[in-house]
Design a protein around this ligand. Structure first.
Ligand code: UT7
Length: 328
């Protein structure tokens, strides 16, 4: 039986209004705009309002993606939210989103693969549509990283921001859609990037709070080396699986962690920088939301045309990584 291809039929994004600039960070920690821009490429990032949680950001992005797909919430039969900053332990952010959207017919679950979560979500949704289990799947990457960022730690607080991106996946015509996925994990590197407190290993306590265990802890340099190695190789693996050459790439949509990491991936793929969708100077690293927000902006800016070859590639805590090739 021939399987009908699966692709992206709608995109949407939402970022909170409040902008946190490098100049403001200079007042908070021992840092400066020049260091942040040259070492990371980031100039500003967004911060959720006090009353905004991850599901609120996800809701705004999802409404746009569903509308762009020409559907209503009633047409969505599965919701996957990739996040490491859920509203709460449970119910899942996907269930909260299902209720906000008014999609009672949809199954819903969260997916935890840190910054690679959105690509893991795309792979999961594509498989489920291909097998005939579901028809229209909403995949969301949404984060309020400001809630787990220590604004006294200059190693991390300069990097992260809040936002949400959403896509609707469904059947597309022959020749289009997802051509390959490359997912991976290396749990032995889990210590390099984590929030240790609040789980069953270290339940919240006065001690865990005073030790700042509920914030992101990161060995930046080690994560950087891993990222430089894995971004290029994961993209190459996905291309090889798809039988597509580097020269055929029209747009790379990478995880937006650090401009130097993106540039090294571009060098390895021998692509010029104009073939990458880059928006990290405005948003910083939004973990699972980075790739879908970048994609939604590429669509808004008419940077993707029917038939274009897109490559998504990301890495993150876990450690995890993922890449995918899509014909738009
Ligand atoms: O989604 C995945 C999440 N994580 C990542 O993507 C992180 C990947 N890693 C990185 O992007 C980079 O490692 C960082 C941007 C975090 C750090 O850049 P780096 O070039 O690796 O700097 P470094 O950690 O080697 O630090 C160099 C110097 C140090 O000073 P000394 O020891 O040489 O005197 C740091 O203390 O820069 C200092 N430094 C800062 N200076 C000003 C570290 N953070 C800052 C800062 N402002 N914010």
């Amino acid at each position: 039986m021939k399987v009908q291809p699966v692709g992206i039929i709608g995109t949407g994004k939402y970022v909170p209004e409040r902008i946190l600039t490098n100049q403001e960070l200079e007042q908070m920690v021992e840092t400066n705009d020049e260091w942040i821009v040259t070492r990371t490429g980031i100039k500003e990032r967004r911060m959720a309002a006090a009353a905004e949680a991850t599901s609120d950001l996800a809701f705004e992005a999802s409404k746009k993606a569903i509308e762009a797909a020409g559907l209503t919430a009633k047409d969505i039969d599965l919701i996957i939210v990739a996040t490491i900053t859920p509203d709460m332990f449970f119910p899942s952010t996907a269930c909260l989103l299902q209720d906000k959207l008014g999609a009672p017919q949809a199954a819903a679950f969260d997916l935890s693969a840190a910054c690679s979560g959105f690509i893991y979500g795309l792979a999961t949704a594509t498989s489920m549509i291909s097998t005939g289990l579901y028809k229209h799947v909403l995949v969301v990457g949404a984060e309020t990283l400001s809630r787990i960022t220590d604004y006294t730690d200059r190693n991390t607080c300069i990097l992260f921001g809040d936002g949400a991106g959403a896509v609707v996946l469904g059947h597309v015509e022959e020749g289009r859609g997802f051509k390959s996925f490359e997912l991976g994990a290396d749990g032995s590197g889990g210590e390099l990037l984590k929030v240790g407190g609040g789980g069953s290993r270290m339940p919240a306590s006065a001690e865990s709070l005073s030790e700042k265990q509920h914030f992101i802890h990161m060995a930046g340099n080690d994560v950087f080396k891993f990222a430089v190695r894995i971004m290029g190789s994961a993209a190459e693996e996905a291309l090889a699986k798809a039988g597509i050459s580097k020269e055929e790439i029209d747009l790379l949509v990478p995880h937006q962690a650090n401009i130097r990491i993106i540039q090294s991936a571009m060098n390895r793929l021998r692509l010029s920088e104009d073939k990458a969708m880059i928006n990290l100077h405005r948003y910083g690293n939004m973990s699972a939301a980075s790739i879908p927000v970048a994609l939604a902006e590429a669509v808004e800016q008419d940077r993707v045309k029917k038939g274009d070859c897109l490559v998504f590639v990301g890495f993150g805590g876990g450690l995890t990584w993922g890449a995918s090739v899509l014909i738009w």
